[in-house]
Design a protein around this ligand. Structure first.
Ligand code: PHE
Length: 443
């Protein structure tokens, strides 16, 4: 099995695929509204600190574990830790589909907005009307589900094609295009009338607003955005070639992901203030502000079409990694055919996404602990399951599997890098304690 496993064709292949997993709706849709409802500047600082300490070390732990074992998360824990540890892998196999269910709903929204911009329905509309258009769309019981189905079908299609071929090809061209587009959009957003207030909100920290919940929101957002805590990067690490430097790859992916989130913040939040939208308005924020920015640009309609298509593609490359975890598990451990595993899991995710979608409109009255299905799934995965998965992978790599994994953080066939000990200290003590403490304070 190990020797026949496919690898990415190039180092760039792995970095692009892992960045493709990391960069997605989490950066462009979620980050601005979570920052907006968590008070702006103070949240941003917490987020950056968490990403470059806890996030980076957990990411490297996942990549190292995947590459050394060349297996899916359950197989990886099993190989180095025995059956008891494979529960940690299981957690990821369950978390992936849970995230994908509501992720695909939002992926469907991007397709809807792409279609709307092709039809020219987003032109000349002010902030308030855009807000109403968004509300109207998500409270329709049928259309969002149809788009959710379409997005899931695309995800299934790419995953059936296989990881290296499917993802490498997609990411190579489209990710850089999205990046350029974001820079242009930030340029426009920052020169809107009233943008300065949004910039100040985003960049000026006010620590008096920080509560346990803000810190947990930052932690959850960091794990979600970097695709950590559910084995996505264990799975992708299993396709990383031996001669590549895992540490450098992890740093590149983290830096790219963070840059995109910062850019998205610099696009959405200035526009929020310029258009008089409430920064704490929630999940619709990017869909309410962006059409307004695009409308104030030359060739705005063409730009809008391109933007929502690229956002959809970024969402797709992340969704692929969410689906790949259970699929790799079913094919590796149970001998299922890729096609069957992908169809079955994808269909399952579609079904559990249905109540999530309806909970934002037709079923908005139905709540558990005061949260609808969409918010509940989001809360459970970002704030509980991903951080818990992070604690487990840190403890596992730091304590249990260290003798085997210590040299994985550079080239697999090279010596252990000098910063290996600092990394181990992070994994053994700092990360588990800090994550547990934040979860305790926030929950
Ligand atoms: N990181 C992805 C995003 O920001 C979402 C994701 C989470 C993907 C967890 C894989 C695992 O959009």
């Amino acid at each position: 099995m190990p020797s026949s496993r496919e690898s990415f064709a190039s180092r760039l292949g792995f970095v692009l695929a892992a960045a493709g997993s990391a960069v997605g709706l989490g950066n462009i849709w979620k980050f601005p509204y979570v920052a907006g409802s968590s008070g702006g500047g103070a949240f941003l600082i917490l987020y950056l600190v968490i990403v470059f300490t806890l996030g980076l070390s957990v990411m490297l732990a996942e990549i190292a574990l995947g590459r050394a074992t060349r297996a899916n998360p359950v197989g990886a824990y099993n190989a180095l830790g025995g059956r008891r540890w494979s529960i940690a892998g299981w957690l990821g196999v369950i978390t992936g589909p849970m995230i994908l269910s509501f992720y695909s709903v939002v992926g469907g929204w991007t397709i809807h907005y792409a279609v709307q911009s092709v039809l020219g329905r987003l032109d000349d509309v002010d902030g308030q009307a855009l807000g109403q258009a968004f509300e109207g769309f998500i409270s329709d019981p049928v259309a969002p589900l149809a788009y959710h189905a379409a997005f899931m079908a695309l995800t299934i299609g790419v995953v059936i094609g296989g990881v290296a071929k499917g993802i490498e090809r997609w990411s190579k061209l489209l990710m850089p295009a999205l990046f350029v587009m974001l820079i242009v959009l930030a340029g426009r957003a920052l020169t809107l009338d009233g943008a300065a207030e949004g910039v100040a909100f985003f960049l000026t920290p006010d620590f008096s607003k920080v509560t346990g919940d803000t810190v947990l929101a930052a932690l959850g957002q960091a794990f979600f955005s970097l695709s950590l805590g559910m084995g996505a990067l264990i799975t992708y690490g299993s396709y990383l070639a031996r001669r590549e430097n895992a540490g450098r790859a992890a740093l590149t992916v983290t830096a790219l992901d963070t840059t995109v989130a910062l850019l998205a913040g610099l696009i959405v939040l200035p526009a929020v203030f310029a258009f008089g939208v409430d920064p704490a308005a929630g999940p619709g924020l990017v869909f309410v502000t962006l059409p307004g920015i695009l409308d104030r640009m030359p060739a705005g309609q063409a730009f809008a079409v391109l933007f929502f298509v690229l956002l959809g593609v970024a969402a797709l490359t992340s969704a692929i990694s969410l689906l790949e975890v259970p699929v790799a598990y079913l094919t590796d451990e149970h001998g299922w055919h890729r096609r069957r595993a992908t169809l079955a899991t994808g269909l399952f995710c579609f079904v559990i996404g249905v109540p999530a979608s309806l909970s934002l409109g037709a079923w908005s009255g139905l709540t558990v602990f005061g949260l609808g299905a969409f918010d509940l799934m989001d809360y459970l995965t970002s704030k509980v399951m991903l951080p818990a998965g992070g604690i487990l992978v840190a403890l596992f790599v730091g304590w249990k599997a260290w003798p085997i994994l210590s040299h994985e953080i550079g080239r697999e066939d090279g010596p252990a890098p000098t910063w290996g000990r600092a990394w181990r200290l992070m994994l053994c003590v700092v990360a588990p304690v800090a994550i547990a403490w934040v979860m305790w304070g926030g929950l």
